[in-house]
Design a protein around this ligand. Structure first.
Ligand code: SAM
Ligand code: SF4
Ligand code: SF4
Length: 361
């Protein structure tokens, strides 16, 4: 495909709100959504993400400071990114999380500024995050049973997560979402309970198929509950479910129960949606990944610290995006019966950027 007319015609810093013609990748996918990891450490050890005991962490000096994060996000927003999601590791373990939100909230062009958290520290941060300008939050909640929470995460604290969900609603972090990774034999009997919990909490529940991402060293296909199986279980309890029409690039498909409750399913494992994927990821040390499954990322920290201007950073980003052909989940799905964990522990130790908790979910 041809290169867009002039994707790099960056406006001067004096006119940051002006929109550029946004670059499209080699499959004509725009660059609209950026997930920014604030830290690679976490206060939980979810079995599907961090099953190990020891981890190799990113060097502290490499972690971008608040302004560096802001500068990189500004470079992206000038190229069409209008959705920014803060993630980790656990983003609320980053001491300056409110300052990062405050910095990003001043960037023109971001119409959706959200954060994904495990919720453990949310009760104590919710109000400050809302004041700083966060639009909305997604809380990961895989079970409503304290014993299962401990078994899954190797930590106690379900009650803190539930308090965090309540605090987020009270703080006005509207459109709250709950993410649930569904694992056969672990929590696949809780789908109905989680939907009922979401109704009470005023949150949209989104069920996620267990993915074979870096970090998921205990993944196997027989532990994946496919979208159609989730729908069958929910229909059996609630009655007929209607699929809602979709906005092209959203990862979740949305469904409506007979009483009007809306929920989502993210079927990345069995029915990947790479064809419309407009998402990329920035790690806490400034490495940019074009796909969740990509083997390598582009180091943006070094040019940033070497003094690259916003225009030069945009040139680098746009020039990389236009060559993007990634369709990681579709390629994994084609492996069929040969499919297993993406990496073994030794491979993850060689490069922590391969970990889901570093790359940001
Ligand atoms: N710590 C925060 C949290 O758990 O919400 C943010 C980072 S976490 C990596 C982001 C999301 O990735 C979470 O919703 C988590 O459930 C999801 N995730 C992690 N490993 C996964 C896997 N193997 N399959 C599907 N989703 C996964
Ligand atoms: Fe669990 Fe999120 Fe921590 Fe991974 S990063 S172990 S999903 S809380
Ligand atoms: Fe996008 Fe890669 Fe996920 Fe496919 S696997 S949806 S290309 S991030």
């Amino acid at each position: 495909m041809s290169r867009p007319a002039d994707p790099l015609a960056a406006p001067s810093q004096a006119a940051p709100a002006a929109r550029l013609e946004a670059p499209k990748d080699a499959l004509a996918r725009p660059l609209n959504s950026l997930r920014v990891s604030l830290i690679d450490t976490c206060n939980l050890r979810c079995n599907y993400c961090m099953p190990g005991e020891d981890y190799v962490w990113l060097p502290w000096d490499d972690i971008l400071d608040v302004d560096e994060t802001g500068r990189l996000v500004e470079a992206f927003t000038g190229l069409g990114v209008d959705k920014v999601r803060l993630t980790g590791g656990e983003p609320l373990m980053r001491r300056e999380v409110e300052q990062v939100v405050e910095r990003l909230a001043t960037i023109p062009g971001i119409r959706d500024l959200s954060l994904t958290t495990n919720g453990l520290l949310l009760a104590r941060h919710a109000e400050a995050l809302a004041r700083a300008g966060l639009h909305r939050a997604t809380v990961s909640l895989d079970t409503l049973r304290a014993d299962r929470f401990r078994q899954l995460t190797r930590r106690d604290g379900l009650h803190h997560v539930l308090d965090g969900i309540e605090a987020a609603s009270c703080a006005g972090l509207g459109r709250l979402k709950i993410n649930t990774v569904v694992i056969r034999g672990f929590n696949d009997d809780e789908l109905v309970g989680l939907i009922e919990f979401g109704k009470q909490a005023g949150a949209e529940v989104r069920f996620i198929e267990y993915m074979d991402v870096g970090g998921a060293t205990q993944w196997s296909i027989d532990r994946v509950v496919a979208r159609r199986q989730m729908l069958a279980a929910l229909e059996e309890h609630f009655g007929p479910i209607r699929e809602l029409s979709e906005n092209g690039s959203a990862p979740a498909n949305h469904y409506c129960l007979p009483d009007g409750t809306v929920f989502g399913i993210i079927a990345s494992t069995t029915e990947p949606f790479c064809r419309t994927c407009d998402r990329s990821r920035l790690t806490a040390d400034g490495v940019w990944f074009l796909c969740l499954y990509a083997a390598e990322g582009l180091d943006l920290r070094t040019p940033l610290r070497d003094g690259a201007s916003t225009g030069e950073l945009r040139e680098l980003i746009a020039g990389t995006w236009i060559g993007r052909t990634d369709r990681g989940a579709e390629e994994r799905a084609r492996l069929n019966s040969l499919r297993g964990p993406l990496y073994q522990i030794e491979d993850l130790r060689k490069d922590p950027h391969r970990e889901m908790h570093t790359r940001g979910g």
